[in-house]
Design a protein around this ligand. Structure first.
Ligand code: SF4
Length: 468
């Protein structure tokens, strides 16, 4: 039998129809949020039912406030947001869709909750109403974001029309140095291949660095695949994956069910001898804590480096992009990244708001006191409860950080948590586009430890100098 990549195995097992290269794929899980109201409106307009409501999961995350939640939904101050949350309750109830809603003790971001509940599993095909659905590929599944009209189609038919992407394997060999996190690794990958380096491709991350990485770290890496332009990112399931999944509420139950699942999951990894359309490799030993200086995640450098001079850009397009980026970011070519002063810190988002991220931030926070406003927004109520059980909230509060309720918050700023024009943030989120964290806001992407270090110093600093 021909050797196959993991992507090909999962893709081929989900094909329903092939119309001259347009492939209809069966969708195992669909993930939606409050902003999916358009998809429900389209269903209503066409008098469609949800085909398989038990395979659709709804989350309240994008619009929810991250403070003042004590009064419940009725206490949401902004009418528009309150109505969206109520509308989501009504729509999901009407169609029999499971909702991890505002008052649910499992509430959180749609890329944080499914893995922690065992909804995300190896070998599945998952579509989400958010581009960072690529996160779920950390479990060895195909997971990608789709738009509102495609989501309407998925809810009505449990299938989606797609074109098959090419395959790209990114291998990171060696061992990361002290203080280098999964966020630094994915930022280094994107800096190397470019923000469009993965366009038209499904990425498989391979090599010893990912094999020894936790599931939380793998999710951070796969989450940002979309920032390299890729359709999805994935990592082969292994003992780390299986240990993470065991006992989670929606995972197969121990016994015959678990054994049958394991038998299938173990067949998923790419076969020896399978070929990819492209291969890229990096040496982990060369990767350092990273900071972005521009307006896409490719514009990043090691914290010990400098803001580049557009005169030295490798081509005319990038010379122009860098010039515009420095202008928007209010930076001068040649300045040290550690000389960039920040106004705020945001530790959160589906990239970095899991328990390991909160632990990493607290580890640094306990070494000093925040000198700028610094928010920590856990990815879910489960993460929040775990962090509080470990006393991490106390460490962060004692160091002057704010400890908030779960949601997307300042990652996308649509709930009102946002930068003021011209304000500069150290953010653990995934996008540093213009206006992403509020009109005129300037975003620098970093790891949780680097964000906490910046909070203590008021400027970027090499976290390894603090924790050595
Ligand atoms: S945290 Fe940001 S990227 Fe993640 S789901 Fe929310 S808005 Fe999307």
């Amino acid at each position: 039998m021909t050797a196959q990549t993991m992507f090909e195995k999962i893709w081929n097992s989900h094909i329903v129809a092939d119309e001259e290269g347009e492939i209809l794929l069966y969708v195992d899980r669909a993930l939606i949020h409050e902003g999916s109201s358009h998809a429900f409106a389209a269903l209503a307009k066409n008098n469609y039912k949800v085909a398989r409501p038990q395979q659709v999961f709804a989350f309240t995350d994008h619009y929810v406030p991250t403070t003042g939640r004590e009064k419940g939904v009725a206490g949401i101050a902004v009418d528009e947001i309150r109505n969206m949350v109520i509308g989501q309750h009504e729509n999901t109830a009407k169609h029999g869709i499971r909702l991890f809603g505002f008052d649910d003790p499992r509430q959180g971001i749609l890329h944080i909750v499914p893995p922690e509940q065992g909804i995300t599993q190896p070998g599945l095909l998952i579509c989400g109403a958010d581009s960072h659905t690529s996160t779920h590929g950390a479990f060895g599944c195909i997971a990608f974001g789709i738009g509102a009209s495609d989501m309407t189609h998925v809810m009505a038919t449990q299938a989606t029309w797609q074109r098959k992407p090419k395959t790209l394997r990114i291998t990171v060999d060696g061992k990361p140095g002290f203080g280098v996190s999964p966020k630094d690794i994915i930022l280094a990958i994107i800096a190397k291949i470019g923000a469009e380096g993965g366009v038209g491709h499904a990425i498989e991350y391979a090599g010893p660095v990912f094999r020894s990485m936790s599931m939380e770290g793998r999710m951070t890496v796969c989450n940002m695949s979309i920032e390299a332009g890729a359709r999805c990112g994935m990592i082969a399931p292994d003992e780390t994956t299986f240990a993470y999944m065991a006992g989670r509420p929606f995972a197969p139950k121990k016994g015959a069910e678990w054994d049958a699942a394991m038998a299938k999951w173990k067949l998923l990894p790419t076969d020896a001898g399978a070929t990819f359309d492209r291969e890229v490799s990096l040496d982990a030993a060369q990767i350092e804590p990273m900071v972005t200086w521009g307006v896409n995640p490719e514009m990043a450098g090691a914290v010990g480096g400098h803001v580049p001079d557009p005169k030295n850009a490798p081509d005319e397009r990038r010379r122009s992009d860098w010039t515009m980026a420095l202008d928007y970011m209010g930076l001068t070519a040649g300045m040290a990244l550690t000389d960039i002063r920040i106004d705020r810190v945001f530790i959160g988002s589906c990239t970095n708001s899991r328990i390991e991220d909160i632990r990493a931030a607290a580890e640094v926070a306990k070494l000093g006191r925040a000198v700028v406003p610094a928010w920590v927004v856990p990815g879910s109520k489960v993460v929040k409860a775990q962090a509080e059980k470990e006393g991490l909230d106390r460490i962060l509060l004692d160091a002057g950080f704010e400890w908030r309720d779960p949601g997307c918050s300042m990652c996308t700023a649509i709930n009102g948590d946002q930068l003021k024009p011209g304000e500069r943030s150290a953010s653990t989120s995934n996008r540093n586009f213009r206006n992403r964290q509020g009109p005129g806001g300037r975003t620098h992407l970093v790891s949780p430890a680097m964000a906490a270090a910046a909070a203590l110093k008021g400027h970027f600093t090499d976290v390894r100098d603090l924790i050595k």
